[in-house]
Write a protein that binds this ligand. Structure first.
Ligand code: GLN
Length: 424
């Protein structure tokens, strides 16, 4: 049976980020507790296990750091009363539980959502075609059948399918956060004095610059090398790389990133194109004062070898979906405007010279990489991490594209879905 996607599923809350001050603005801690107790009573919930069960049903990750302090209470048999709730739960978690009870999480009906994603995953798995990248010799060793997928909502609801726990190297998927970090450190004016923000319409490693001899945008190789030059120039590359790793780890909500030394060496030994691009930009004198281009290139190579799994990547995507606040920790990684800029460029430039087509059909900010990784952001709802190595001729993961198309057929996620939908 074919069901109309939008009428069949209207289950997403307001589509806006959950910021730190949301709680403070709306209710005092005491008011939250009173509301929580009333709501729980109405639903026949009388103790901590009842609440815990509801969180689980809603897909909330009970192991997320935000819940660490609340776990003692949630794992106990404590009956619900004002004192127990007030001491056992922080206002942040009381609010989260209230949202669960009100059916107001980012993904309202998680079991239905999960089922549909599993269905799309199964159909996508059948998608054939493409070839594993081999121009970086180490990447050619990747298993063409590997396929993993994970989703994390802006409220920390999580699910995973297939090889979601196998780390892979990010390659170009690193570019959005390289850019976001360059923005956080230098501000928009400075960064965009050195790199443009137009799609290039050309391959990701094309030996080409824009009219001002700058890289077209931060989502292609030249632009990412330029962004690397703006991450703490003048400091040792090791230190700069550590900073970038810390940024990735905080976006992923834990110490989950590693460094794939073999991929780094393999790329460094074969990257004539990237050396040429760096020379070309240097010959035009467009690198920032005081940056040493060959060090920027080294930092770029290292960043492409950062490895994590789909589960962690989905959290990074969710942090972007949530305006820069990691849903698992509640920590902000960058100012909202830096995140908005990053999402804008992912939407217009994130899928190489397929970006216009992808924005048209899928309508979501995304970034792909030649290892077969794909980071998809549904602003105000969730982030998705996917990995499947076979690539099409433009360098995008074949299964990733198939999944994305099916996703926006199944859910009203296209950025302009609202213009084609009837009342929800
Ligand atoms: N490290 C790769 C390169 O510079 C990244 C390219 C990609 O993923 N598109 O060629």
């Amino acid at each position: 049976m074919v069901t109309h996607p939008i009428s069949a599923f209207s289950g997403f809350s307001g589509r806006r980020a959950r910021f730190e001050h949301d709680i403070a603005d709306t209710a005092t801690a005491r008011e939250l507790v009173v509301r929580l107790l009333r709501q729980a009573r109405e639903e026949g919930l009388h103790d901590a296990p009842g609440l815990k069960q509801r969180l689980l049903q809603a897909g909330v990750d009970l192991d997320m750091p935000r819940l660490a302090d609340a776990r003692r209470f949630l794992d106990s048999d404590t009956p619900l009363d004002a004192k127990a709730v007030e001491t056992g739960l922080t206002p942040d978690i009381s609010r989260l539980i209230l949202q669960v009870l009100d059916g107001d999480l980012a993904i309202r009906n998680f079991p239905v959502f999960k089922n549909r994603i599993a269905n799309i995953y199964a159909h996508t798995e059948a998608a054939a075609g493409g070839a594993v990248a081999s121009y970086i010799p180490e990447l050619a060793k990747q298993d063409p059948n590997a396929f993993g997928l994970a989703v994390c909502s802006i409220d920390g609801q999580r699910m995973a399918m297939g090889q979601a726990d196998t780390p892979f190297c990010l390659q170009s998927v690193v570019k959005p956060l390289n850019y976001a970090l360059a923005l956080a450190l230098n501000g928009e004016r400075y960064v965009h004095h050195h790199v443009g923000r137009e799609p290039s319409g050309q391959g990701f490693n094309e030996l080409a610059l824009n009219r001002d001899n700058r890289p077209h945008n931060p989502m292609i190789n030249s632009g990412a090398i330029m962004c690397s030059a703006m991450i703490r120039p003048g400091h040792p590359v090791d230190e700069r790389f550590e900073m970038l790793m810390r940024f990735w780890n905080s976006a992923a909500g834990g110490q989950v990133c590693s460094f794939d030394e073999a991929v780094y060496r393999s790329e460094q030994a074969t990257a004539e194109r990237n050396f040429a691009l760096t020379r070309l930009m240097d010959s035009h004198g467009v690198f920032p004062e005081g940056s040493q281009p060959e060090r920027a290139l080294d930092l770029y190579f290292r960043s492409c070898a950062i490895s994590l799994d789909c589960r962690a990547l989905s959290v990074v995507a969710a942090t972007l979906a949530n305006g820069g606040v990691c849903p698992l920790t509640g920590h902000r990684i960058a100012e909202p405007v830096a995140i908005r800029n990053t999402l804008s460029l992912m939407l217009t430039c994130g899928m190489y010279d397929f970006s216009g087509e992808f924005a048209f059909v899928v309508g979501l900010p995304a970034k792909s990489g030649v290892s077969g990784g794909l980071m998809l952001v549904v602003p105000g709802v969730c982030g998705i991490g996917l990995w499947s190595p076979p690539l099409d001729r433009l360098g995008n993961t074949v299964r990733g594209l198939e999944f994305s198309r099916r996703l926006v057929e199944a859910f009203p996620f296209h950025i302009f879905a609202g213009t084609t939908a009837g009342p929800a």
